[in-house]
Design a protein around this ligand. Sequence first.
Ligand code: PLP
Length: 438
Amino acid sequence: MRAGNDLSQFWMPFTANRQYKSSPRLLVAAQGNYYTSHDGRQVLDGTAGLWCCNAGHGDPRIVSAIQRQAAVLDYAPSFQMAHPAAFELASRLTRMAPEAVDKIFFCGSGSEAVDGALKITLAYQRAIGQGGRTRLIGRERGYHGVGFGGISVGGIVGNRKQFAALLPGVDHLHHTHDLARNAFTRGLPEHGWELADDLERLVALHDASTIAAVIVEPVAGSTGVLVPPKGYLHRLREICDRHGILLIFDEVITAFGRIGAAFAAERFDVTPDMITTAKAITSGTVPMGAIFARQGLFEAIAQGQPENAIELAHGHTYSAHPLACAAALATLDVYQEDGLFERARGLEKHWEDALHGLSDKPHVVDVRNFGLIGGIELASRPGEPGARAYEMFTRCYEAGVLIRVTGDIIALSPPLTIQADEIDKLINTIAHELAKLA
Ligand code: PLP
């Protein structure tokens, strides 16, 4: 640290500030699959930063693209103006997406993508004469960022209870986490597709004519890796279609190779009306989010408005920021040149076997996996929820691997560049630390 700095000014996000500052952990550099800690140690990145650095760290192709862009065009507004890379990136992204989902709205983060998608939903329903459809449906244990829309449809009470004002008329589907039937499942759980029928319950309760959209994470990450039961997402699509309800997949975590395909929509062969993305779109290097929408949504909103009308009263200063566009284009090149999505797919079996090797370790009540995502659920210490996993987090960090914990669940999501022996190192370190844990 530079002389004169102290730790008190930075109000850290989603952090126990006082606890952290009594024993700080700083990352000062990153290369490949490793961070360098402030005390000079190499720390294996078991979480791709925050589920975002899918191409690993410091790839020179991405670094130099950002440097070049900064030197040529540092900023350009996207309101009634544009720059070429924005169009190039949008075209490129639509070529990767499911065919029907071919209009891209850029923003700066996953939270912005979610709130933007919810606004597009409402504008669309109004435009097609369904203005009574204002109700948004999320799911228990869903995480959709921190905007007011996102925390309203999100299913995490801890992210809401400090803030009184939420969107009105929101409801939630039952979550799909079922340890009694599905514990220690490899891949997609057998049981629980019928939980999608919970949407029929909400339709019966509120009437379809009040429901605008359903938003779910195809694989829920932030609340501890909840893998969808076989057939669940198909069923949800069917019910949405039956009732004229839009389906939004929040793919802020799952898009761009995390589950061995460009999108979960592709892997599960279910096409939603919108897909929200961020994070790995630039491999975490420059903040960016993107909403993928069916062209028909834009057309319906535009229809009936004069040509000089701004079709959607929504946007951000940093929509399609040139540095983010350059980073994203270079990142997509890296994904393609290095075949990283296929690589991730190829590593799945090794990943699954390694993870499930933890099944008989102390405190472990479940191990689950899909793509290059892993969840290890620990029994909580009586009266101290989260304490056991937090201790694992600090122990593993000291032992040279970065993991992420949420409640008493360890959530893993390494860069797609991870090597098989690094997977073994990650899992062996966790096993070693679990053995020492009270
Ligand atoms: N949606 C999902 C599924 C996420 O996992 C996240 C972040 O982890 C977000 C939205 C919010 O993204 P951001 O933190 O970029 O606002």
